[in-house]
Design a protein around this ligand. Structure first.
Ligand code: ADP
Ligand code: MG
Length: 688
């Protein structure tokens, strides 16, 4: 038989039949490699032994003792089966009870020695354990007296079964776990050997060994990912892209009603350099709300049009697509460029016209929603694909749009500032341009964090602003009252709050918009607010994405403690978009220290990047990863909150290795190469 390798099927393990293999399969584990990389989600410390007399209420501990009475089986209320007996050691007596496990009676013998591990209950002078795990004293060390791994389970698998399989896999692979870390790297960062790491992450000899193992595996995971991302960029560099002809952007800039900021110019220059390089561009423009990303995109569209090429611009909602259409037309039609719209709701005749103008090449820019992806949308010469608010689209959707051309340039735009270190990881296979400067003259949005006792004053303030002709947003954390949902009880619901505001302001128009409305109803409510027909718009976070209502001057967030800082920043970005002095009021009655710190951060700065960094510091990166549709593989060991410093070390180590050996072709990099390619292939060739 071939010697076992990481690719050996788990079916070769004793005890793994069809059913168990299927259960493992549901967790994505099919071979020994998958099994040894299936790391415990937690550990249970069963290393503490105590004399019975020293056991304390509520603690979990091991007891070494003799079964002193014959285990007795009894039934309670007909159904419940109890097995009871006493265990003694030199110090005292322990009552042991098992529920509904009558077979225990035959597994334990009076007079023999065992180790029990379980949670201790104390009643008066009596100590007891219920359903403790146990094993014979002579064979102890399997499930007692050690640090136990705890695995994520699916039905059909038990902790014991997984442990047994991992044990077998490690033994079979003994010595042949390929080490993905080049020796130079392990040495430089003092990381333990792969074999030791895999052994101790599953079956740690002690907590120090576990820490050593974890440190290495975290490093390895981030290092391999960094290598994969970096190779992907290298590979993309080799593809053939559409080479645009040089053009003089000054013409375009002169036509604008304002002067572009330095950051906008820089972002456009970077994108233009990509589009003239002969390789396809894959670039993210990241810029705070209101930083003027649309203009940067417009400049790129203009540039492509100078070479006679077409562009597509995809936005997440119809309202946004409509706004972009207006803005982009304003920038581009002075040059005679034909700019059109394509959305799901437009009349068939208009749609047919747009489609034919796209196919003939007459239309230079098509702005639209997902409708751009539909069948029958064909371009004559699509050179540039722009997606706005990229986190609203999946990798697949952007790829679908790109496939309407032949390797078109791709520009994605995001208003969610992400700290640099994290951006490198999340957008590792994209080039990133930062627009880190707001157009001049932007007013700071004055921000206040208050308790709900301020409500009467807030209502007066609403009254005053609306009296001056302004509009108001109110954001609530949930849609409607739902008594069954306890976690959400006490939270302000959008529908209920809208009713309250209608009672409070019977003469004003109060709209309500949330995710449970039909897209058409949602768009109608937004459009009415944008048109100035609604005074107060109560909503959930659906309004987070870039709709521009310059007349809105007040953003109120209810239960502000429920929102992430970056999310609050996005919400605040909905106001202060016009010439009116604007305000943001964060309402929260939470007394938590962390909440107070977070809300205070909002009142101190309007800088999205500072806020993102603060958010990362306070809450970890869960949010950045959770809410975003990126294609990065799930991390098994690394926790980017806790392991942030490892991340940058691993990235720079990866850069060093790839500089010396870009294709990872040296024999000492073979294991690393295969791990990196596995990741790339699993992601379908691109992560973002
Ligand atoms: P975002 O980055 O949030 O998408 P927009 O592109 O919507 O921002 O721009 C916000 C507003 O700023 C728009 O009204 C736009 O016309 C204006 N703007 C963009 N660039 C400049 C600039 N350089 N000077 C002045 N106003 C600008
Ligand atoms: Mg925008």
């Amino acid at each position: 038989m071939e010697s076992p390798s990481l690719k050996t099927s788990i079916r070769t393990l004793t005890g793994v039949g069809e059913a168990r293999a299927r259960a493992f399969g549901r967790m994505g584990i099919t071979d020994l490699g998958g099994l040894v990389s299936f790391f415990p989600r937690a550990y249970e410390d069963r290393t503490v032994f105590k004399p019975i007399a020293m056991l304390m209420e509520g603690e979990s501990a091991c007891v070494r003792g003799t079964v002193a009475t014959e285990p007795v089986l009894s039934r309670v209320r007909g159904r419940l089966e109890l097995v009871k007996f006493k265990v003694v050691d030199d110090s005292g007596v322990l009552d042991v009870t098992y529920f509904n496990q009558s077979y225990i009676k035959d597994q334990l013998r009076r007079g023999e020695d065992y180790v029990f591990y379980g949670r201790v209950g104390v009643q008066g002078a009596r100590r007891q354990m219920t359903n403790p795990v146990f094993e014979r004293e002579s064979a102890a060390g399997g499930v007692t007296g050690r640090i136990m791994p705890i695995y994520r389970l699916v039905s059909g698998l038990s902790q014991r079964a997984v442990m047994g399989c991992v044990r077998q896999a490690l033994d079979l692979l003994s010595g042949s776990v390929p080490d993905a870390l080049p020796e130079s790297v392990s040495r430089r960062f003092q990381l333990c050997q792969a074999r030791y790491a895999y052994e101790n992450v599953h079956f740690p000899a002690d907590f120090a060994s576990l820490e050593l193992a974890r440190r290495r595996l975290v490093f390895e995971e981030l290092f391999v990912l960094a290598c994969a991302l970096s190779m992907l960029r290298g590979r993309r560099g080799a593809e053939n892209g559409i080479r645009l002809k040089p053009a003089d952007l000054r013409q375009f800039y002169y036509s604008l009603p304002f002067t572009p900021t330095g950051a906008q110019l820089r972002a456009v220059d970077e994108a233009v350099a990509d589009m003239c390089s002969g390789r396809p561009m894959d670039r993210l423009i990241q810029g705070d709300v209101g930083s003027g990303k649309t203009l940067a995109a417009a400049a790129c569209v203009w540039y492509a049009a100078q070479s006679g090429c077409q562009s597509a611009f995809m936005a997440p909602t119809e309202v946004l697509a409509g706004q972009h259409l207006e803005t982009l037309r304003g920038f581009l039609s002075p040059f005679g460029l034909d700019v059109r719209k394509l959305t799901g709701s437009m009349p068939a005749r208009e749609r047919r016209e747009t489609l034919s103008a796209l196919k003939s090449g007459e239309c230079s820019l098509c702005v639209g929603t997902h409708a751009l992806l539909s069948e029958g949308v064909e371009f004559k010469d699509l050179a540039l694909v722009v997606t706005d608010e990229q986190h609203r689209f999946g990798v697949a959707q952007r790829a679908a749009l790109a496939s309407k051309g032949s390797s078109p340039h791709i520009l994605v735009m995001s208003a969610t500032p992400i700290p640099r270190t994290l951006a490198l990881m999340i957008y590792g296979d994209l080039d990133v341009s930062l627009i880190d400067e707001l157009p001049p003259g932007r007013q700071k949005v004055d921000t206040f964090a208050v308790g709900s006792s301020y409500r009467p004053r807030i209502n007066k303030f609403i009254r005053r602003l609306v009296g001056e002709g302004r509009q108001v947003y109110v954001v609530c954390p949930k849609i409607e009252e739902d008594e069954s949902d306890e976690a959400a009880s006490g939270l302000m619901s959008a529908e209920e709050h809208a009713r309250e505001l209608r009672r409070e302001f019977p003469d004003l128009t109060v709209g309500c918009v949330h995710g449970r409305l039909k897209p058409r109803e949602k768009d109608a409510a937004m459009a009415s607010f944008a048109a100035g027909e609604t005074d107060i718009l109560v909503s959930t976070t659906v309004i987070e994405v870039g709709v521009d209502v310059p007349n809105a001057a007040l953003m109120i967030v209810e239960n502000a403690e429920r929102f992430g800082l970056s999310q609050l920043h996005q919400l605040r970005g909905r106001v202060g978009r016009g010439r009116h002095k604007s305000y943001c009021i964060l309402i929260s009655d939470s007394r938590s220290e962390e909440t107070r710190e977070r809300l205070a951060a909002m009142t101190h700065t309007n800088d999205g990047f500072k806020i993102a960094e603060e958010d990362l510091r306070l809450r970890g990166p869960g949010d950045f990863f959770g809410s975003r549709q990126h294609g990065l593989p799930e991390l098994h060991v690394a926790d980017l909150g806790a392991d942030m410093s490892v991340l940058s070390t691993a990235q720079s180590a990866a850069a060093d290795i790839l500089r010396a050996d870009p294709g990872l072709e040296l024999p000492e990099h073979a294991a690393l190469r295969s791990r990196a390619f596995e990741l790339i292939d699993a992601a379908g060739g691109r992560f973002n």
